[in-house]
Structures are given as C-alpha cells and as structure tokens.
Design a binder for this molecule. Structure first.
Ligand SMILES: *[C@@H]1O[C@H](CO)[C@@H](O)[C@H](O)[C@H]1NC(C)=O
Ligand SMILES: *[C@@H]1O[C@H](CO)[C@@H](O)[C@H](O)[C@H]1NC(C)=O
Ligand SMILES: *[C@@H]1O[C@H](CO)[C@@H](O)[C@H](O)[C@H]1NC(C)=O
Ligand SMILES: *[C@@H]1O[C@H](CO)[C@@H](O)[C@H](O)[C@H]1NC(C)=O
Ligand SMILES: *[C@@H]1O[C@H](CO)[C@@H](O)[C@H](O)[C@H]1NC(C)=O
Length: 384
C-alpha cells in the first residue's frame, strides 16, 4: 500500500511539473481521473492527431510496454486488427497517454509497471496483462489494485482473455517421419539450466535422478557449457547426443508452461516435464514424459532405460509430428489472439464482467503450488 501510494505521489509531482505549460487537461486526467465520469468515446480536441482515431472504433491504450515493446508486440492503430484477421476489428491501439480520457480500455503489463494510473472512470475497462506467474519480487502494486481491474489477460485458462504460450494450429502441412535409433545417442538426459534454486525445487528431483541415470547439466548450475548465443548449434548437439531433455519449470503454477516445453518439442528429443499445467492440454499427444506419472526418480530412470532399448516405444513419442498439429511459437500470434479477443469483448454489450475486487485472491493466492516437490519427496521416501 505504502509504496503504491508513494508512487502515485511521485507521479503527481513529476507529472504536475510537466503539466505547467502544456497538455494541462490531459496530464491531469491521468493522475486525477475523477474529472470526467461521462461516457463520451469521441476524442477531445486536445488530441494531437484526431484523425488517427476513428469514431466508432474502441480505443485501446497501452499504458506501459510489454517487456521492451511499446506496441505490445502487436502494433499501433487499427491495421493490426485487420492484418491478424480478428473477427471483430473495430479497435485501435496507441501508447499515447493523451488519449487516456477517451480510451475504452487501458492495458497494463503489471509486472513491469512503474506507476499505475489512478482508477478513474467507471466506463473504462482496465486490463491486467501477465504472461508469467506471480513472483514475490514483482507485482508490487497488486495490493493497491483492489477494485481496479475489469479484465485479465494472462496464461491462466480461467482468465477473460487467455494468452497461450504456444498458439495451437491444426491440420497444417507438417508431417515428419521420425525414426530415431535411441542406441545412436551416446547419453541419456540433458538439463540446460541457469536458475539453480527455484520455487519449484526441481533441483531436488534432478539430484535424485542423477543417482540412477546420467544427467548432464549445462549452464550456470552445472559443469558443462554451451554458449547461449550458439543456440542452434547447442540444440543440434543435444539432439545428437541425448535421448531426453529435462523441461522442468521454475514455478509450479496452474496452467503455466514456458519455452522449456516447446523448444525441445521442435527437435527429435523427448522432454521430461514437471510443471503446473495439464500437459494433455498444452502439449501434443504422447509427446512428453511427466515425472508425476512415476512414484519416484528411480522408477523414472528405469523407464528411460527401457525406452533406450526399445526403439519402437521411444519413437512413439515422435508420432504426433506426423499428425499435422503443431504449436506455433510466434510471440506476435499469441498476443494477436489476445488482442482480437479483447476487441471482441469491448464491442460485446452482453459480456459478463467478473468481479476482481480482490484480484490477489485470484492471481496470487493458490495459483502456484509451493509444496508440490515436498509432497513428491515424502511419497518416494515413504515407499523406499
Ligand atoms: C461528446 O463530446 C463531443 C466533443 O466534446 C461533443 O460534441 C458531444 O456532444 C459529446 N457527446 C455526448 C454524448 O456527450
Ligand atoms: C470496472 O471496474 C471498476 C472498478 O472496480 C468498476 O467500478 C466498474 O463498474 C467495472 N466495469 C465493469 C464493466 O464491470
Ligand atoms: C558454435 O560452437 C561450435 C563449437 O564450439 C563452433 O564450432 C561453431 O563455430 C559455433 N558457431 C557459431 C555460429 O558461433
Ligand atoms: C517395445 O515397445 C513396443 C511399443 O510400445 C511394445 O509393443 C513392445 O512390447 C516393446 N518390446 C519390448 C521387448 O519390451
Ligand atoms: C501441490 O502439488 C502436490 C503434488 O502434486 C499435490 O499433492 C497438492 O495437492 C498440490 N497442492 C495444491 C494446493 O494444489
């Protein structure tokens, strides 16, 4: 609360001094939103380029950048809605805060926001954007967001707008006949890792697994190195050398998966997964080995050795590559899917807005499982 209040006061001071001399009305609106409570979506005359914003389009303001991208990896104006083939495309985007008063929706990438607009007019739609789980050191402003947001745009399946890590494409011409002889690969398991201690405590599982099968560790947490800037070379080398690739997430959070799953799927290597998502939903059928399906790391190691000997069983993990379903990792496409949905909602008079009065309940509490590894460990200790 305190830090949020402080931020707002800093904003008042900083913007307050800018206000003197130019754009008085508009900058005031950002800080003190209570001035205009009427619903008038046409643009004020103060707006620098009134012709940029067409009457009837819903105006979407990017309050801050999406990571480094001012245009949210989507684009400005109406054009991207058309380009991406949105079913409802009468929307346009801008990052020009001078449209604050007229904007229909305000998108805030909350993990990286420095100061939030005060919650001004009820007719505006405030959208929380997050593509990664809540971390203790981010989202510092969340406590101040009571009664703030109207929509959520996150990787969670129960968001208003779901941003999938990978965009699922069906029936595209992608048919790869894979037949790998696992015996050609000299080694078993590779793990590429730079965060050595994580909330998921995946490192404890890897330690135990190493007792039963060879696990080579590349990156800051291991003794082997393959420079990141040489990624293509490294991945080809992993594919030639190893049969399995550890795809363990940093955090065990509902619906959350990352590139740790999708990158190895592009290669002829079988991911061994640990994460909070339902992998039947996020990965192709029979494409991964999930550690939760094994009572302990020893049994997993036994199964990996079995696959190393049984070429047919090993290649069953690549069968999906011939089905014509692929997961598109294009980061622009996933944002575009979300923006299309947002435009749709903004035009939908019957959309049932949810109550995010206590967004902390939804986003933070109970979203990530801090005890998943403890539970697993006590289970395997119990058995042995
Ligand atoms: C909206 O604002 C414009 C420009 O200030 C004004 O001409 C128009 O009458 C307003 N419409 C409504 C519905 O208030
Ligand atoms: C959006 O949220 C604000 C603040 O909680 C609320 O006053 C407003 O009614 C909400 N709008 C909709 C359409 O639910
Ligand atoms: C990648 O690394 C390999 C082995 O160290 C080296 O032979 C190759 O030239 C590197 N490629 C690039 C593009 O740096
Ligand atoms: C090898 O795997 C195939 C396919 O899963 C299975 O039908 C077969 O029985 C396995 N062979 C042996 C020797 O385990
Ligand atoms: C956390 O994960 C463990 C192990 O999968 C499971 O037993 C437990 O019910 C989960 N807890 C929550 C709150 O989801």
């Amino acid at each position: 609360m305190l830090s949020a209040a402080k931020n707002i006061w800093i904003a008042v001071l900083v913007y307050g001094s800018i206000v003197v001399g130019f754009l008085v009305n508009n900058w005031n609106v950002i800080i003190d939103g209570n001035r205009d409570t009427t619903s008038n979506h046409s643009l004020s005359t103060e707006y620098a380029n009134p012709e940029d914003v067409t009457l009837g389009n819903k105006v979407i303001l990017f309050w801050n950048a999406f990571f480094y991208d001012e245009d949210f990896r989507f684009g400005f104006g109406r054009e991207p809605f058309v380009k991406y083939g949105c079913p409802v495309s009468r929307c346009e985007t801008t990052s020009d805060k001078r449209v604050m008063r007229e904007a229909d929706a305000i998108l805030i990438h909350t993990p990286l926001v420095e100061n939030m607009p005060s919650r001004p007019r009820v007719h505006q739609t405030y959208v929380m954007v997050q593509v990664e789980p809540h971390m203790s050191n981010s989202d510092i402003l969340l406590p101040a967001m009571t009664g703030y947001f109207n929509l959520t745009m996150t990787y969670r399946q129960d968001s208003d707008i779901v941003i999938h890590y990978a965009h699922r494409k069906r029936n595209i011409a992608f048919a790869e006949l894979v037949d790998v002889d696992p015996g050609d690969r000299p080694k078993s398991v590779v793990w590429v890792v730079s965060h050595c201690e994580t909330p998921s405590r995946r490192e404890l599982y890897a330690e135990e697994l190493k007792r039963f099968i060879d696990v080579d560790v590349y990156g800051d947490c291991g003794s082997l190195r393959c420079p990141k800037k040489n990624n293509t070379y490294c991945r080809a080398m992993y594919e030639r050398t190893y049969r399995f690739y550890l795809s363990f997430e940093n955090d065990i959070c509902a619906d959350y998966v990352s590139e740790k799953l999708y990158h190895p799927l592009r290669y002829k290597i079988v991911p061994i997964v640990y994460g909070g998502a339902d992998y039947d939903n996020v990965a192709p059928p029979h494409s991964v080995i999930n550690i939760v399906d094994f009572p302990n790391p020893k049994d997993l190691a036994d199964y990996l050795r079995y696959l190393a000997r049984n070429r047919t069983a090993y290649n069953e993990y690549f069968k999906w590559k011939r089905t014509g379903t692929w997961f598109d990792l294009n980061p622009r496409q996933r944002i575009a899917d979300g923006m299309c949905r947002l435009c749709d909602i903004l035009h939908d008079k019957n959309y049932e807005y949810r109550d995010y009065t206590n967004i902390r309940n939804w986003w933070v509490d109970g979203s990530c499982n801090q005890t998943a590894m403890d539970n697993m460990i006590s289970n395997w200790k119990h058995r042995s």
